[in-house]
Write a protein that binds this ligand. Structure first.
Ligand code: NAP
Ligand code: ZN
Length: 411
């Protein structure tokens, strides 16, 4: 059973609100009202009579389920509607009607084959948010009506050291990613730019009532990808933290690091984002344009989280680290254009260059709770699924403010 978390939303500027969805999604509204009447907090438990007449159950059954997604048929695009099926419910599976999916730059790296050759057709998207409509026989954490999210992973081996430690993202036997990954039945996974998914409950995140589903999506990748290293490198009061790149990940990093009590410095290449950076919680904003003099910020930062995709000049950024401090790179650009670090860049201040990949399931749940507690929400722009190509262009052009989120119900 989830606990209700009191909402404090000083940083909520997304304007996101799921209330408009309820009209369009009558069966969900019915279920939520029934739960509220029964005094339930989050999890829904219909009476046997309600369950028998539950339109969602009648409509969805145990699958397989018809789904529609926005697929790429080649790396050149554009996205086109693809009809396909999600698997029938296994004992531990939950079937999720997807309402929203955030648009991550990783979707673009995959879709444009920046990292490797891909199998097409490909539906990307790993910031899923929706409502459970049916559950397998052994599911214990969720019920029809549960509000949930799914991030970058949908399975892992469960028994290696990292899995047992709650770090499924580092599974020694290879985890199953939400898209472009070989599933346990040998098929390729398809992602969240779609209407429906079926996911093992162990890889499903509970979304508390205070967080709108549109806001929950970007927490599943952008949020956890920055939260995990901020925690790993002990960001908190008294620490000065640099965030490179004010995009989907970067703006969440600023909000989260500020809520952790750190003093945040943003390095942006976009002078138009300075005011936003301050609004999100940055004390100092450096416009890192070619030729800009960063010398007065030398040795000023305890930790830098670099979220910029594509190769950029790290030699300008590393000198900002204090003695023994770490630069953690979470941005991941084209495989043919790796970053360069000269032989003297790190040794002058005994600095470390590190990286980090998303976060585990437990930690993602923790991050969602952290956001609920501290009133942190992504700053989002909702789009219809037809606008996905336009959104990708804007993301690459640094014009996203700050995360596009596909609204599956929007025309
Ligand atoms: P995003 O929304 O496009 O934000 C990236 C920001 O970086 C941009 O807004 C821009 O900020 C800056 N930037 C863009 N191009 C740049 C360039 N050529 N040189 C310098 N700065 C540039 O992207 P995102 O969704 O946050 O993802 C960022 C990166 O993280 C991607 O490479 C993505 O694949 C990766 N990622 C990694 C993980 C992981 O597990 N490690 C998870 C998710 C995503 P300014 O305008 O402020 O300069
Ligand atoms: Zn992502």
């Amino acid at each position: 059973m989830r606990t209700k978390i009191e909402e404090q939303r000083p940083g909520n500027d997304s304007g996101a609100d799921d209330s408009a969805d309820s009209g369009r999604r009558g069966f969900i509204k019915t279920a939520v009202v029934a739960a509220a009447g029964a005094g339930a907090v989050g999890l829904l438990k219909p009476s046997p009579a309600e369950a028998a007449s539950d339109p969602a159950k009648k409509r969805y059954g145990d699958g397989p389920y018809a789904a529609e997604g926005m697929a790429l048929y080649s790396s050149a695009g554009p996205h086109k509607v693809m009809k396909f099926q999600r698997r029938a419910l296994g004992p531990k599976d939950v079937a999720i009607q997807l309402h929203y999916c955030g648009v991550c730059h990783s979707d673009i790296h995959h879709g444009r084959e920046h990292w490797r050759k891909e199998n097409f057709p490909l539906i990307t998207g790993h910031e899923l948010a929706g409502v459970v409509v049916a559950v397998g026989s052994s599911v214990s954490k969720f019920k029809p009506g549960s509000r949930v999210g799914v991030g970058c992973m949908v399975n892992s081996c469960r028994h290696c050291g990292p899995c047992e430690a709650g770090m499924e993202q580092y599974c020694e036997n290879g985890n199953v990613f939400t898209y472009a990954s070989k599933d346990r039945d040998g098929s390729m996974t398809q992602g969240g730019y779609s209407t429906f998914n079926v996911v093992d409950e162990d890889f499903v995140i509970d979304v508390p009532d205070v967080i709108g589903l549109a806001d929950a999506g970007p927490m599943m990748c952008a949020g956890i990808t920055v939260y995990s290293p901020l925690r790993r490198w002990s960001v908190g009061p008294g620490r000065k933290v640099g965030v490179v790149g004010l995009g989907g990940l970067g703006h969440m990093a600023v909000k989260i690091a500020a809520a952790m009590g750190a003093e945040v410095t943003v390095l942006t290449t976009s002078s138009a984002k300075v005011e936003d950076a301050r609004r999100f919680g940055a004390k100092t904003v450096i416009v890192n344009e070619p030729g800009a003099d960063l010398s007065k910020f030398k040795r000023s930062l305890d930790f830098i989280l670099d979220t910029a995709p594509y190769r950029h000049d790290l030699e300008r950024i590393i000198p900002l680290l204090k003695l023994d401090a770490t630069l953690c790179m979470v941005g991941a650009g084209k495989i043919v254009e790796p970053h360069q670090i000269g032989p003297f860049s790190l040794l002058r201040n005994r600095n470390s260059f590190a990286s980090s990949q998303i976060g585990g399931i437990r930690e993602t749940q923790e991050l969602v709770g952290f956001c609920a507690l501290h009133g942190i929400r992504p700053t989002i722009t909702k789009i219809s699924r037809e606008k996905i190509d336009d959104a990708w262009t804007k993301v690459v052009d640094k014009a996203a403010r700050y995360r596009f989120v596909i609204d599956m119900a929007a025309a």
